[in-house]
Design a protein around this ligand. Structure first.
Ligand SMILES: [Zn+2]
Length: 238
């Protein structure tokens, strides 16, 4: 049986919940250059209630340029808010979900998930953002093993210069894709990958070794500690 909180404590918890919910909603609605203007790679959000109760969120921006080439680059992963999510929040496909549950079961709460399934809209926004932010119209081709079709759209539309124009164009291409093509671009698009905070304690090796042993994990595509990036990216077969 769980203990009831006092009415005052309940009010605090509910205010904190509301404050957090509003903050996270605002952040997710503005995950773009407005949130991370040039040069800023990290922001801290401090939410305080009645002076004492509160929480601090550290949020990583696109960060430094990574020349990593992979199905999903670590730089891309770091764009997403580093906030702990429940396994259900991640909306994972079966193989990735079993993997996440296994990790949680083996290591408990030291495993902090930060990202799971990602929408096509989010994907288009991140890519458009990176092209504009890094002033690199070849960014997609350099970043994604299976990005040729999207890179071609960018090459064929030199007049598309703003993030909005690029985003709309990339979305128009991806909206014609089936699940297989989406998953080949980024496992996040089909729910077949999750990101987690790197383990820095003495459990680091044990957790990292366990990742390689998860059923259906694409062990050779696990990304960690890419230049300045603070997530481990763990992809699975569909
Ligand atoms: Zn990832």
């Amino acid at each position: 049986m769980s203990k009831e909180l006092s009415p005052n404590a309940q009010a605090s918890v509910s205010s904190l919940n509301n404050a957090l919910e509003n903050t996270l909603r605002l952040l997710s609605e503005n995950m773009s250059s407005q949130l991370f203007p040039g040069g800023i790679t990290k922001i801290s959000v401090d939410i305080r209630i009645a002076g004492n109760t509160g929480i601090t969120l550290d949020i990583e921006g696109p960060g430094s340029t990574s020349s990593h080439t992979g199905a999903a680059s670590a730089a891309e992963c770091a764009f997403f808010v580093l906030v702990s999510k429940s396994i259900d929040d991640l909306d994972l496909a079966p193989h990735a979900k079993v993997g996440a549950e296994s990790l949680r079961q083996q290591f408990g709460s030291i495993v902090v998930f930060t990202s799971g399934r990602r929408s096509v809209d989010d994907q288009a926004r991140v890519m458009a953002h990176n092209i504009v932010e890094k002033q690199d119209r070849q960014w997609i081709g350099k970043t994604y093993i299976n990005g040729q079709e999207l890179q071609k759209w960018v090459d064929d539309h030199p007049k598309a210069q703003t993030q909005e124009e690029l985003e709309a164009g990339l979305l128009s291409v991806m909206n014609t894709w089936d699940e297989t093509k989406l998953g080949n671009l980024s496992r996040h698009l089909t729910g077949a990958a999750f990101d987690m905070q790197p383990i820095t304690s003495d459990k680091r090796k044990a957790v990292r070794d366990a990742l390689d042993e998860l059923p259906f994990v694409e062990a050779n595509k696990i990304l960690e500690n890419e230049s300045g990036v603070k997530v481990w990216h763990v992809p699975f077969t569909e």
